[in-house]
Design a protein around this ligand. Structure first.
Ligand SMILES: Cc1cc2nc3c(=O)[nH]c(=O)nc-3n(C[C@H](O)[C@H](O)[C@H](O)COP(=O)(O)O)c2cc1C
Length: 188
């Protein structure tokens, strides 16, 4: 048995190489609206949904993030990114950045964050737009320019960068990961 929604879930995959093509504003607005529809603990909605299309700012975020990783003692993440194209943001033309406020509950803020970004990724997939959830984005806000970036983006006081979802169109079609059916228990 399947539905459009389930098909979208099964076909989504993380895209790590993007063309220059920018998704339409209409699509991006629909994706942002889907983000707002996410459930959250006690309906706190302790997140913001920031759609970023600015090429220069995205390039600056990329540079700062890589600079931060290159300066770490443990170079494994930096080397992994260098070995697969050298871009932690994969040349994505745009992204949704999701800042969160943990003051109500750290645990639920993180769960709510996960649900928002999955709504973004699935809404994008349903519109034929590729995506990858990006935890690495925090590296872009770890250096000297963090406050400047947050100000530019309008991140409210008491909010920290949670995750981003990079959006665009794939250079080459990818594949969803294999499903591990052994993880399902079906009891009667
Ligand atoms: C919370 C979270 C953070 C992630 N951060 C990154 C990231 O920074 N860079 C990246 O390339 N993929 C990132 N991913 C994508 C995962 O690597 C990916 O979902 C996983 O390998 C399964 O592949 P699939 O999305 O194609 O099914 C992240 C996924 C999640 C859920």
């Amino acid at each position: 048995m399947t539905t459009e929604t389930i098909r979208t879930m099964l076909l989504r995959y993380s895209c790590r190489a993007y063309t220059d093509k920018m998704p339409s504003d209409k699509s991006l607005r629909a994706i942002a609206e889907a983000a707002l529809a996410a459930p959250s603990a006690v309906n706190q909605q302790n997140w913001r949904v920031i759609v970023l299309k600015n090429k220069e700012l995205i390039a600056d975020l990329e540079t700062e993030g890589m600079k931060f990783l290159a300066a770490q003692n443990d170079k494994s993440t930096y080397n992994r990114i260098m070995s697969r194209g050298g871009k932690m943001l994969y040349n994505a033309p745009c992204m949704v950045i999701v800042p969160i406020n943990k003051s109500f509950s750290e645990k639920y803020a993180l769960i709510d964050l996960g649900i928002v970004v999955e709504n973004v990724a699935l809404a994008a997939a349903s519109l034929g737009i590729n995506s990858v959830i990006c935890g690495m984005i925090s590296n872009c806000f770890a250096g000297n320019r963090a406050e400047e970036f947050k100000k530019w983006l309008g991140v409210p006081k008491d909010y920290e960068i949670g995750l981003a979802v990079l959006l665009g169109y794939a250079e080459n079609q990818g594949q969803p990961h294999e499903l591990d059916y052994s993880k399902i228990s079906f009891l009667e």
